[in-house]
Structures are given as C-alpha cells and as structure tokens.
Design a protein around this ligand. Sequence first.
Ligand code: SAH
Ligand code: SF4
Ligand code: F3S
Length: 452
Amino acid sequence: MKYSGYAYIYTIGCQMNVYDSEKLASILNSYGFEKTGDMDKADIVVCNTCSIRHKAEEKAFSFLGRFAKIKKKNPHLITVMAGCVAQQEGKKAFDRVPHLDIVLGTRAFSRFGQHIDSVKSGKKRITDIEDSGVIYEALPDTSCFDENKVSRFITIMQGCENFCTYCVVPYVRGRERSRSPESIIEEITLYAKAGVKEITLLGQNVNSYGQKEGQSSFPELLAGINEINGIHRIRFATSHPKDLSMELIHAIRDLDKVCNHLHLPVQSGSNQILKKMNRGYTREKYMDRIMALKEQCRGIALSTDIIVGFPSETKEDFTDTMDLLRQIEFDSIFAFAYSDRSSAPAARFSDQIDEKEKLVRLNRLLELQEYYTEKKNKEQVGKTLEILVEGKSCKKRDGLEQSFQNMEQMAGRTQSNKIVHFPSEHARIGDIIKIRIENAYPHSLWGHPLGA
Ligand code: SAH
Ligand code: SF4
Ligand code: F3S
C-alpha cells in the first residue's frame, strides 16, 4: 500500500545499523513516508537498536520509553523497534515497551512493508524475528540520500559464526552469509553515480567473505570494486586477525583505491584471556600479522578494539595489553569495559571483575593511547597528504596568518582516517586534494592546501 506521512528513524549501534537504517528509510519511502528529522512531525517512528553492551541496550529502552507519551498525543503514530535488541527480545519487548506496534528483527526487513499494512488495518503488537533465509539485497533508494555525504557504508555479509565468548552478535545477527559480488558491485556503482567517493565494506569478519558460498574471496571482491569509476577510496571493517591472509595484505598494498589503513581488533594482549575469549589466535600470531602488514604496506595506519576487565583478567593480563599498545603503537583504538551479556557464555564465567576496577583499567589504557595517537599525528607534520573533503570544519583556529583568516575552514580525512582541518576558498565536498600538514593536535591535523 502507499501512504503519505513522515518517518523518523533513530539509530544506535555500529556502522551496520547505520546502513540498515538507510535500507529501512528506502522501504518507508516506497510506502510513501518521507524522512524527517523532527520526531513531533512523524507518523512512524523507528528505533534501530544495538545490544553489544548494556549501555547501548539501555539507550534503546530509554528512547522507546518516550513512545507512551507521544502516542497519547498522536494515537495514529506507528512505533517500531528494529535491530539487535528487537531480535534478542522478541515478544518480551512489549513487557518493557507496551506502546510498541512492531518488533522487527535483524533479518525481517523484507517483510517490514507488510507489517505496516497490518498495523494500518488494525493489527496490534506484531513481532517478526524470523530468518528470511536469504539476504535482503534490495537496492537502496538513492533519491533519499543526502548529497553532501560522499562516504558511505555497504554491508557485504551478514551474521557471524566466530562465537567470541563475550559477544551477542552471533545470536542477534544469525549465521554468516555473504552477498553476491554482482549485487555489491551493482550497489556501489549506483552510489558512485550518486556522487559517492568513498565506500566502507561492512561485515563482522570480512576476511571470510564468500568462503561458505564458494564465490569470490574478499581480495577478489576488492579487486572488482577497485575498477568502479567514480569511487576513489575503499575501506573495510572488520577484519578478524585469525583469518588475515597474505593475499589480503597484498591487496591493501597493490590496489590503488584501498586505503593504507587496517582496523584489526585484538581485544587483549594476554594469551590466557584471548583463549577464554575464543578469539582463535595468540598474541604472537597477532604480532606476526602486524609485522607482515608493516613490512608489506609501508606507513600503514593501524587501529584496534580492546576489552578491559574480561572475567578473570588479572593485573598481569592487563599489563600485557598495555605492553602490546606500546609495542605496536596504534594510530587509534576503541576501548570498552567488558559488559555482561546474558546470551553470551562469558556471563557465566567465574571471577567477574569489579566495575570500578574495570573503569580504572579503561582509563589507564585510554591515557596511554592518547600519547600514541598524538605521537602518530605529530609524525604527519611536514608531509603532504591526500584528503577527501567531507564538509565545513566546525573548528576555528586562532592565530591564523592574515591571508587565511577570511577563508572558509573545511575538513576532510586522510587515507589513514585522520581528520584534517584546512582553510580553502575553492575546495568542494567530494574533492580529493593535497594538503601540507602544518600542525598536529591530539585528535586532528591542520594544514594548507598545496599551492594556496
Ligand atoms: N566483529 C568485530 C566486532 C564487532 S563488535 C570483531 O570481531 O572485531 C565491536 C567491538 O565491541 C568488539 O570488537 C569488542 O571490542 C566490543 N565488544 C563486543 N562485545 C562486548 C562486550 N560484551 N563488552 C564490551 N565490549 C564488547
Ligand atoms: Fe562478535 Fe567475535 Fe563475531 Fe566479532 S568475530 S562479531 S567479536 S563473535
Ligand atoms: Fe550493536 Fe548489532 Fe552492531 S549488537 S554493534 S548494532 S551488530
């Protein structure tokens, strides 16, 4: 059916959820609902949820809690809980959020439209957490894209079968399935035509892309995407260290559009903890991959994820993680205090770490990394780097030379994913320009366009 009205989508969680929300927006658009940034104006509100840590889940429930009040004002409003918490909770979601109309699991998108029709015809409390058996591959509607967004995500595979003991993803995203290379290439070509310059390929473990289906390997897929006209940069996440092949390292080195940056989550520097996490590699194996990357891809930027306070993590285990940071010198890290998830096995492990102690370790780790992030930034000063211009800069620098003071301040990213602010009269969003880096700050760089 076709309706008319506005849709408000609130997204929590990872890049995959951002991409999923765009798919939901496309479906809603095809049903006649235009996207709005004003919740009060909406005829349908969707909360796309994340359950990776307790905090993310609470954020979802606190947003959903507002539905009761808004529904009182507007009884025709359709309320939807989508994504990972929806998948995890199913019907139980109605106990905490009685004013919900639809609970839409992570693999039920193809039936979203049908459920809207049912609500419109009077049906109440619909739950769909069934697996469709196929990947929802419908192309997004680029007409609802923000034309200023030159960098986009695309999910290339669903699910995860690694079962790290702390993680909910295998339970809420189901088994691993790869999209066909043809559908991925078709979708990216569509993006390129809509002005997109940079693409980030998403999967929980992109290194095992296509293996189950016996189709192209991940490096082969990268080679195919490298040929798409209009796309200038290719990024991907996440790469699992246990499956990082030499073939992929060579693809990063040899394919000109693949950025010289790798996000390689290590989680812990202690072999004891890595084993309990079921990560499938040792610290030595991880180090071996890092050495290969540094050797083959000169100047590669490296980032990682770390969990502190995993059950039974001793002070020595934590020291091993701190040492690993000193040894590798990552460009940036994402660090988290371990959060108990009842569906993941680690929730039943003994020797849970005290919450206060987790925070002490987290802060020490972040403090140490601050030093390396700034050090890596300082190493860029004096270099000329290629920047993809992403928008106007929200930062104003004091003490600029007279000639720059009245110019527009713009911002973009380097291949290594560092933010660069610069003054320019001519730079437009989507341009790729060369900038000479003049200053380094803890979280950004500042420079002059070449020739300015
Ligand atoms: N598939 C990716 C990561 C997905 S989740 C990978 O394997 O690396 C993103 C990050 O959240 C993880 O890398 C991990 O560091 C963190 N994370 C996952 N579960 C967590 C939990 N229970 N508590 C704290 N952090 C967690
Ligand atoms: Fe979670 Fe591990 Fe799968 Fe990553 S690889 S999504 S951390 S189970
Ligand atoms: Fe969260 Fe689901 Fe992503 S749990 S991190 S939104 S896969």
